[in-house]
Structure formats: structure tokens, C-alpha cells
Design a protein around this ligand. Structure first.
Ligand SMILES: Cc1cc2nc3c(=O)[nH]c(=O)nc-3n(C[C@H](O)[C@H](O)[C@H](O)COP(=O)(O)OP(=O)(O)OC[C@H]3O[C@@H](n4cnc5c(N)ncnc54)[C@H](O)[C@@H]3O)c2cc1C
Length: 319
């Protein structure tokens, strides 16, 4: 039962979440006493052979320019060809935006059981059982996969990417590329120094900041920390910030190493999108704000006093 890991890339760069998927996939391969291989679609400028240090000996590359623009239907079709040719019985994705779009389509094509949002290595003592988060991270479910081919989409930040030694052999794969059913007419990039879904640090603001004219203090802190910007839903609804920064149940779900919430109360719908962050820092003037219960560190204080001081301290430390 060989393992195939989808290496997701954007503009020629391998995404961090893919490194976690590689480490996870090779660990599962070890559990199953088999080998793990990677698959990458389109052209990649990063050194693919160097990904061997995450445990894969071979990476199949479907190097066709048409794959440089992500299309989930085309991607699922091509991945199915790779999985079938290589005889892979387990396919691993990151449960990021691309993984969420492709894994279910591949699951339907291959008639493979899928767990999306896996948070741990499978229990193979009796079958193949994978743990995932349910109810916005409030509980776990153990899902048993009983089909011959299985798909696991790993939650970002749920498994550490461990680099060791080794290089991977890059093997060109000649796939039959289907014509896309969707025509891309323009690509409008969301603004921001750091993409939100890839960011290791996220600085987020809520209604406590009173208005868009006050976002300078949030931006300064984000800039000092090389962090992405995020916001609560009412902030986006009021057009203080663009909707691509809205995190939560109805916005983007993120899992950075560090999430700093400024003037955000910590409603359950907000927490649903950020509670997988490794470390949460909350700045709120109300000591009873519910967010403090989910925080690793809390500062009770006025954001307009605290945040500039924090930025100053970060800049001092960097200098
Ligand atoms: C179906 C549904 C889906 C939803 N989805 C989402 C979602 O995806 N994401 C999301 O964010 N929300 C979502 N919401 C809304 C959610 O319930 C909350 O209303 C929202 O998260 C509150 O945003 P907030 O914390 O910015 O504002 P508020 O609740 O108004 O909180 C502002 C906070 O700022 C603090 N504050 C005020 N002044 C200062 C100051 N000077 N310094 C420091 N702190 C200060 C206050 O003490 C308060 O805690 C959803 C709601 C529903 C019903």
C-alpha cells in the first residue's frame, strides 16, 4: 500500500502546509511498512529534489504550463491518473484551500474514502482509523476508512514538518491533461504583505478598534512581526477591512503559530476559525472578554496604549 503525497505549490513555490503533508505521509508509510512518493503539478522554481529531506525518495512531476493556474477539476483528474499508474493506495493532502477543493473530487473519482481535517497519525491496529476535529474543534471523531484506496487531508499545523537528510528523484509524469471547464479571465490578488492562509504569525483586529482609521497600529505591529492581517466578521461587514481578511466560521479558518487578537471579544464563531493557532495572544480592555479563556497569553488593557508599545518592543528586539 504505497503512499502518494500531493505537493501543493503557488507561483512556483512549495507551500509550507505541503511540507507537513510530506512528513505526515512518510510517517504513515513507515507505519504501513511501505514507501512514500510525492506528486507535483506544474512548474516549480523551488528545489524539488531537496524535498527528499522530508522522507520521499521520488517525486512525480506533471510539468505542463496549463497546470500553473490551479483548477480543482483538472487537478483531480491528473492526480487520479498518477495515483492509478503508481498503484497508490493512500493519498495525502494538506486540508488547505486547494486540498479542500481537490481531495473530495479525487475521492469521488477513485471511490476512495476520505477524511478531511485529520489531526493525528492513523491508528492501524484494527483497520485504518483517522482522528479529525468536529464541531469547530470542540470534539474529535475517529473515522474508519474501509475502501481499498484511502485519502487523508491533514489539517495545517496539526503535524510538524520534520526535515532530515536525503534528496528525491524527480520523475516526469506524462499525463493526459483535460481541457478545463473553467476559463480564468483575470487573477486579482488579495492585498497584504503576507498571505493569510500561509502566515506563521497573524495580527487580527476587531470592533474594539472603533474604525478603519485606527488600523495603522494593527498594520505597524503586523509589519514588525512580518505577520498577515486578519479581522473579525463585523469589521469586514462594515467595510473597515476587506472580506479576504475575515476569519472565523464564515470566513477563513487559519492555524498560524501565533495569533494576536486585538479588540476582539472571542465569540464562538470567531474562535471556530482561529482556535487551531498554536499560541493565542489576546489584547482586550475587558477582563471578562470570553477570548481570554482561549488565550495562552492575555493583556488586559486599551489597545491604543498596548499595541504601539508592543510594536516598539518588537522593533527594539529586532534591532
Ligand atoms: C452565523 C454566524 C456566523 C458568524 N461568523 C463569524 C465569523 O466567521 N467570524 C467572526 O469574527 N464573527 C462571526 N460572527 C459574529 C460573532 O458572533 C461576533 O459578533 C463577532 O465575532 C464579534 O466581533 P468583535 O469581537 O470584533 O466585536 P465585539 O463583539 O463588539 O467585541 C469588541 C471587543 O473589543 C473590546 N474593546 C473595545 N474597545 C477596546 C479597546 N480600546 N482596547 C481593547 N479592547 C477593546 C471589547 O471589550 C470587546 O470584547 C458570526 C455570527 C453568526 C451569527
Amino acid at each position: 500500500m504505497s503512499v502518494l503525497i500531493f505537493i501543493d505549490s503557488s507561483e512556483g513555490h512549495v507551500k509550507k502546509a505541503s511540507l507537513e503533508a510530506l512528513s505526515y505521509g512518510t510517517a504513515v508509510a513507515k507505519q504501513l511498512n511501505t514507501t512514500a512518493e510525492g506528486v507535483v503539478l506544474g512548474s516549480v522554481t523551488d528545489d524539488l529534489a531537496a524535498l527528499g529531506k522530508y522522507g520521499v525518495k521520488k517525486i512525480h512531476q506533471v510539468n505542463d504550463d496549463s497546470l500553473n493556474h490551479f483548477d480543482s477539476q483538472v487537478c483531480a483528474n491528473v492526480l487520479a491518473q498518477v495515483a492509478e499508474t503508481t498503484g497508490s493506495k493512500l493519498i495525502v493532502f494538506s486540508n488547505n484551500v486547494d486540498g479542500k477543493a481537490v481531495a473530495p473530487r479525487l475521492s469521488a473519482r477513485l471511490k476512495a474514502a476520505l477524511v478531511s481535517g485529520a489531526v493525528a497519525l492513523p491508528d492501524i491496529s484494527e483497520g485504518f482509523v483517522v482522528r479529525k476535529n468536529v464541531f469547530s474543534g470542540k470534539a474529535f471523531a475517529n473515522i474508519s476508512l474501509n475502501t481499498e484506496v484511502k485519502i487523508v487531508a491533514l489539517n495545517p499545523n496539526a503535524y510538524k514538518a520534520e526535515a532530515g537528510e536525503g534528496t528525491a528523484e524527480i520523475v516526469p509524469f506524462n499525463a493526459k491533461i483535460p481541457s478545463p471547464k473553467i476559463k480564468i479571465t483575470a487573477v486579482n490578488k488579495a492585498s497584504g504583505e503576507v498571505p493569510l492562509t500561509e502566515a506563521e504569525i497573524v495580527v487580527s483586529g476587531g470592533r474594539g478598534l472603533k474604525g478603519p482609521e485606527n488600523w495603522g497600529i494593527v498594520e505597524d505591529l503586523a509589519h514588525a512581526l512580518h505577520a498577515a492581517l486578519a479581522c473579525s466578521r463585523p469589521v469586514a461587514d462594515a467595510h473597515w477591512r476587506p472580506h479576504n481578511e475575515h476569519v472565523g466560521q464564515t470566513g477563513i479558518a487559519i492555524a498560524p503559530d501565533l495569533y494576536i487578537a486585538i479588540g476582539i471579544s472571542g465569540a464562538i464563531q470567531h474562535l471556530a476559525g482561529v482556535n487551531r493557532s498554536k499560541t493565542i495572544v489576546v489584547i482586550n480592555k475587558d477582563p471578562e472578554a470570553p477570548f481570554f479563556k482561549a488565550a495562552d497569553y492575555g493583556i488586559v488593557g486599551d489597545a491604543f496604549d498596548v499595541v504601539p508599545k508592543l510594536t516598539e518592543a518588537v522593533n527594539k528586539l529586532k534591532n
